[in-house]
Write a protein that binds this ligand. Sequence first.
Ligand SMILES: NC(=O)c1ccc[n+]([C@@H]2O[C@H](COP(=O)([O-])OP(=O)(O)OC[C@H]3O[C@@H](n4cnc5c(N)ncnc54)[C@H](O)[C@@H]3O)[C@@H](O)[C@H]2O)c1
Ligand SMILES: NC(=O)c1ccc[n+]([C@@H]2O[C@H](COP(=O)([O-])OP(=O)(O)OC[C@H]3O[C@@H](n4cnc5c(N)ncnc54)[C@H](O)[C@@H]3O)[C@@H](O)[C@H]2O)c1
Lengths: 206, 206
Amino acid sequence: LIPKTAIRKRLPLYLRCLTYLHQMGIENISSQNFGEKIGIDPSQIRRDLSYFGDFGKQGVGYNVENLLHELKTILGLNQRWKVVLVGVGNLGQALVNYSGLQYNFDLMGVFDTDPEKIGSKVGDHEVQDIKKVSSTIQKNGVKLAILAVPKAAAQEVGDILAASGIKGILNFAPVSIRAPGNVIVHNADLSFELQNLVFSLIYSLK
Amino acid sequence: LIPKTAIRKRLPLYLRCLTYLHQMGIENISSQNFGEKIGIDPSQIRRDLSYFGDFGKQGVGYNVENLLHELKTILGLNQRWKVVLVGVGNLGQALVNYSGLQYNFDLMGVFDTDPEKIGSKVGDHEVQDIKKVSSTIQKNGVKLAILAVPKAAAQEVGDILAASGIKGILNFAPVSIRAPGNVIVHNADLSFELQNLVFSLIYSLK
Ligand SMILES: NC(=O)c1ccc[n+]([C@@H]2O[C@H](COP(=O)([O-])OP(=O)(O)OC[C@H]3O[C@@H](n4cnc5c(N)ncnc54)[C@H](O)[C@@H]3O)[C@@H](O)[C@H]2O)c1
Ligand SMILES: NC(=O)c1ccc[n+]([C@@H]2O[C@H](COP(=O)([O-])OP(=O)(O)OC[C@H]3O[C@@H](n4cnc5c(N)ncnc54)[C@H](O)[C@@H]3O)[C@@H](O)[C@H]2O)c1
């Protein structure tokens, strides 16, 4: 059995790092260098990856492109995922237009309660009334939702999504929302990105 | 000497997890449970934390509030950091209004090139012309910048920031920007948050 935490926690870090290495045109990387970049013991990396197959070559390390492709397959990113977005304010509009989402995700609809916004176009999408989100989720078999509504509306909208059959919610509102056991909620927090920058800065100033 | 990667990579994960535990009202956590939640070997956690002092109690584990406070001090988050934001479009406006940034960061100014935006108010801030960013950075000793401009403008604005004395850039534009050796660039990518949600979903469906 693959240890639960490896999948949930370490493999995404490997994938993120490999994505950057690939963008930088790096072809091979040793488990030593790889470990150094992501802060994980190289022997742990080798153990994690050996569950899935034999990707590294003695003395050469891992081929970045090949490993990236394998990891994407293992982690379900070689298929596309349908997503709905609820809350088409500043953050929602920035997400609708963001090119980075197009690689693995198909936005099936964007929803809001503001009568001024409903019917208007954001990117390629027409803003729909939140009343229509359940039928969109059920008709298209949508599993994922992005929640970009104000704090006060987050729980109520989370309940609507869970009742419609959504399985995963990426919540941007700065509040923890309760969801039934079969729905996974991840809280996104951009201030952690800024905190990470501070850590790197402090360490490098030493 | 504290191993370089621990600071850079693992401690932020500890901090993020502790922040959620604290929000949930959890008082103590064993290194075993802690490791399970973040996907890091409990003995690695104990080794990392022992560099900084003796925080855990035999049999009880770590006190969440106390450890959170200690980690914040170690990682420089017990002080406030000055930040400037460049690019006050959809994403920039969502960031200016985001309550999560107020805990550790002071926004010293927001800047854009769009004449329609310059002079207008976003949250508590008046949008300033990008021409003024250098003097704001130098006058206030600002170290951090958030880059929320289109891809095409990212490198040019990055150069202005580096020349003004900025030490860390959080870049949201979907392009890698070059910066001098004394400037750290972190690329934020919200689609990784969505990818993380997919990993959790796939694993829990098994
Ligand atoms: N986690 C982060 O890093 C981060 C960063 C920025 C903003 N935020 C948060 O994201 C959320 C959105 O921020 P914003 O700047 O876009 O806010 P905004 O006010 O511009 O947009 C919110 C949108 O949600 C809509 N809405 C309100 N109630 C709704 C409901 N019941 N159903 C559907 N739509 C509803 C509004 O009509 C509006 O269009 C806020 O909660 C904010 O705190 C989080
Ligand atoms: N990394 C992520 O997860 C993520 C998510 C959403 C959007 N984005 C990216 O963030 C950026 C901003 O997105 P948005 O939706 O807010 O775009 P937007 O077009 O709404 O806003 C861009 C702003 O930058 C300003 N600008 C352009 N050139 C400038 C310059 N030289 N100096 C100062 N300001 C300048 C524009 O006037 C505009 O106000 C884009 O590059 C987008 O791809 C990234």
